[in-house]
Design a protein around this ligand. Structure first.
Ligand SMILES: [Fe+2]
Ligand SMILES: [Fe+2]
Length: 368
């Protein structure tokens, strides 16, 4: 039997509908054990020209959250929630009849939309902290001096991204949400893995790739000029980060064995399915006192949501193709393992979209 896209789930509805526990919500600290070897290098030769170029560019592209963002712009979350073109309140496009949303008044429904925006931005903020920690790890573990230099600039970039979202949430929106339990699990896995290339693959390619697609969508369509400004600044950094990941891994993956390649393909596939079907606004429904499982199911099945979640792969697929992971294992025209799996997920349509190296070059040209 041919596998259909909608048959592929990373867990039962009960698992997908989970949120962090109340006790965890009260805790300000979350600790993960990471048994990672820290690597010094005594080879200071600047031998990787493209990484050198990225590092030089990163040094002159630093921006300041306090002075480069126009914080005087007023934001009315309720007005934005009512804007039919707002991409952050995709819930507003849901069919309410026959769902737990049916009994809500219009005001309650739009309150939910405003909360949904805050939820998306809260997850961006938590994800940015994940990037901050992963990049600090890359500084410690990557064996090349050019990559250590570059990663150090990314640590600063990610600190700035956490700062900018935290400030936007605190100063401009009504809510801040705890981390989505599935995002936390993904970050925990990436942080705990001792292999430096897995930190890159998990953070720089998969999570940042997904974020870059989400930011791009947000940038094109947000009705909030302040958020548009913030997103433009963050995206310019993020495109550089994904380009750094692709450049580094292309070199590292040239010498992998077939078994090592397959392990990485499986990791990418599992992360992809989880990222596709686990970010469903669970904490918003919980906050609103709505039945989380039923609302999660509405989100999971709504046709517009299904399409939106596919678009989130528009950066990941071309980058995995560029890394050789998409087609590794293909023999005599028969698709390799990952190509077949991504075909089942319905995301191969993006394989020839611009990869992030090319996109980054273009964004630099546009910025001149
Ligand atoms: Fe970031
Ligand atoms: Fe980043």
């Amino acid at each position: 039997m041919v596998t259909q896209e909608h048959d592929i789930r990373s867990g039962s509805l009960e698992e997908l509908a989970q949120t962090v526990t109340d006790a965890e919500k009260r805790e300000a600290i979350h600790t993960v054990r990471a048994a990672t070897d820290v690597t010094f290098t005594w080879d200071y030769e600047r031998s990787r020209d493209q990484l050198v170029k990225l590092y030089v560019k990163a040094k002159t592209s630093q921006w300041n959250v306090s002075t480069d963002i126009d914080w005087d712009i007023d934001v009315d979350p309720w007005k934005i929630a009512r804007d039919p073109n707002n991409p952050l309140n995709t819930t507003m496009a849901l069919e309410r009849a026959g769902t737990p949303f049916e009994k809500l008044s219009d005001d309650e429904w739009y309150d939910l939309g405003a909360a949904q925006q805050a939820w998306v931005l809260s997850q961006f903020m938590h994800g940015e902290q994940g990037a901050l920690i992963c990049t600090a790890q890359i500084v410690e573990t990557v064996p090349w001096i050019d990559a250590k230099y570059y990663a150090a600039t990314q640590v600063m970039d990610e600190a700035r991204h956490v700062e900018v979202y935290a400030r936007y949430l605190r100063d401009k929106l009504a809510h801040e949400f705890p981390i989505n339990v599935h995002l936390r699990a993904l970050l925990d896995d990436v942080v705990a893995d001792s292999r430096w290339d897995m930190t890159y693959l998990g953070m720089q390619i998969m999570i940042e790739g997904l974020a870059l697609a989400a930011f791009g969508f947000q940038y094109q369509t947000t009705p909030d000029p302040l958020l548009k400004q913030i997103t433009r600044f963050v995206m310019a950094d993020e495109a550089r980060h994904v380009a750094f990941g692709v450049l580094s891994l292309k070199e590292a993956y040239a010498d992998l064995t077939g078994a090592e390649v397959r392990e990485r393909q499986e990791f990418c596939y599992e992360a992809a399915v989880k990222m596709r079907d686990r970010f469903l606004g669970q904490e918003v429904w919980e906050w609103a006192g709505l039945p989380v499982k039923e609302c999660t199911k509405v989100m999971l099945d709504a046709p517009m949501q299904v399409e939106f979640r596919k678009v989130l792969f528009s950066k990941i697929v071309p980058n995995l193709k560029k890394l050789g992971l998409l087609d590794a294992g293909s023999v005599n025209g028969n698709p390799g393992w990952l190509r077949q799996k991504f075909g089942e997920l319905g995301v191969l349509q993006f394989e020839d979209w611009e990869d992030t190296g090319a996109e980054y070059e273009r964004m630099q040209l546009e910025a001149v």
